[in-house]
Design a protein around this ligand. Structure first.
Ligand SMILES: *Cc1c(COP(=O)(O)O)cnc(C)c1O
Length: 423
């Protein structure tokens, strides 16, 4: 098992139980946290459900630690998967958390993670969120002049020196990323060219900016593009720190590491990125001696450690096409239905697990897996070659540990929420 380089289960592979992911298959049965899937379903007590594997989470962090320089601090971005038990587990694995709302701040503060290792990014932070953040003593990534003013005023009122970092919207972009969050006109951060004036205004109010954050994008499988963005981020931070005489304690260069979802996607090779960072460190240490270098990752840490499991309710044939109607769908897993940022709908890796072991060769067929919602958007797999499934069997969607439940319209059509388990 190598969770670092999982192979996407291939719908054309035979038998599909050999479909590989980071999850082991023993005697034809998928295991999550070393529990056979059918047994886990009994333990959960209902379908659909999400299951996350602690061992895979730990292995993923260990893999990164082994390949990145020791000096690089790893933060977990809670928005990728805010399940409280999972966040608790991550607290002992990573060096810090990044939160993006007051709700996530509550989740983070409930864990053993010290407040000083929690950061808060996101546009439009409310006055109430900023007040809580300053009172908690976390590092606030300020993203506008309004936020800067509010944080300074709250600090003065509460007699607390607020811990402030400035989030920059750089002039450059992260090429070939799934979602761009920097470069050009963006609602995130402060345009790099406006940063000197804002830093001056903050200094005049007695607020010391301790950090810079540059987050360019998300879901990139292009190592060269990531390294290019990192180099540009370092250059930008060093220039700004020099010109504004900043005493930087924290330089957050974002993350962007993606995971493979679709046929043809290749897992990111971390080793060259680690080597590239290792080459940068002496220069950074010289220019910014007090700065810790932080990477914040969400999807890469948790995405491959989770599955979504639904049960087949009905096997339906319409004009020669087989539909597996399952008890879960886009209301639980919007991303797998292709409606969360995909331009062209593609199938997530999916397999079928029979509720009872079957003797002999398993027949395969091309099916479309749909949910119970009364909309043609509710498709979990279109025209995929899967082992033949009967009502009661399980359909498993891999690569479901990130942007799954919390990124889905659970209230849509009023079905119950799925369970979530950490195994
Ligand atoms: C969403 C987000 C992340 C995490 O992105 P992933 O693609 O899940 O790694 C990190 N930092 C910030 C500021 C974010 O908004």
């Amino acid at each position: 098992m190598n969770p670092a380089a999982p192979t996407i289960p291939d719908a054309t592979a035979k038998p599909a139980h050999a479909a590989r992911s980071g999850f082991p298959v023993e005697k034809g049965m998928l295991r999550i946290g070393d529990v056979p899937l059918t047994r886990l379903a009994q333990r959960v007590g209902s379908t659909p459900f999400y299951a996350y594997d602690r061992a895979l989470l730990s292995a993923r962090v260990a893999h990164l630690r082994a390949l990145l320089p020791r000096e690089i601090e790893l933060h977990y971005s809670i928005k990728a998967n805010p399940m409280p038990a999972l966040v608790q587990w991550m607290a002992q694995l990573v060096d810090g958390f990044d939160v993006a709302s007051g709700g996530e701040l509550t989740t983070a503060l409930d864990t053993p993670m010290p407040a000083r290792h929690i950061t808060f990014a996101g546009p439009g932070k409310s006055a109430a969120e900023l007040r809580r953040a300053v009172a908690a003593g976390i590092l606030v990534h300020v993203e506008s002049a309004r936020e800067a003013d509010a944080v300074a005023a709250i600090g003065a009122e509460l007699d607390i020196a607020p811990r402030v970092s400035l989030r920059l919207n750089p002039a450059f972009e992260l090429k070939s990323s799934g979602m761009r969050m920097g470069g050009g006109a963006k609602p995130f951060g402060v345009d790099a060219e406006s940063a000197p004036a804002l830093l001056e205004a903050l200094a005049a109010k007695g607020v010391q900016v301790q950090g810079l954050q540059i987050f360019c994008g998300s879901q990139s499988l292009d190592g060269a593009a990531i390294m290019d963005a990192q180099s540009r981020s370092f250059e930008l931070a060093m220039t700004l720190a020099r010109e504004a005489s900043l005493d930087l304690h924290c330089l957050n260069i974002g993350g962007a590491f993606g995971i493979p979802y679709f046929p043809g996607d290749r897992a990111l090779d971390i080793a060259p990125i680690g080597e590239h960072l290792r080459q940068w460190l002496p220069r950074l240490r010289e220019a910014l001696p007090a700065a810790r270098v932080v990477m914040e990752l969400g999807r890469y840490l948790v995405g491959e450690a989770g599955i979504y499991v639904a049960r087949v309710v009905e096997r339906k044939v319409s004009r020669g096409q087989v539909f597996l109607v399952v008890d879960g769908g886009l209301h639980h897993h919007l991303a797998a239905s292709g409606n969360f940022g995909q331009v062209l709908r593609k199938n997530y890796p999916v397999t079928v697990v029979p509720q009872q072991p079957r003797a002999g060769e398993i027949e395969h067929e091309v099916v479309t897996v749909v949910g119970p919602l009364c909309t043609p958007l509710d498709v979990l797999a279109a025209q995929m070659r899967l082992p033949r499934a009967e009502p009661g069997d399980f359909v498993v969607v891999f690569q479901s540990g990130a942007y799954g439940l919390s990124a889905s319209p659970v209230a849509f059509l009023g079905h119950p929420s799925p369970a979530e388990v950490l195994v």
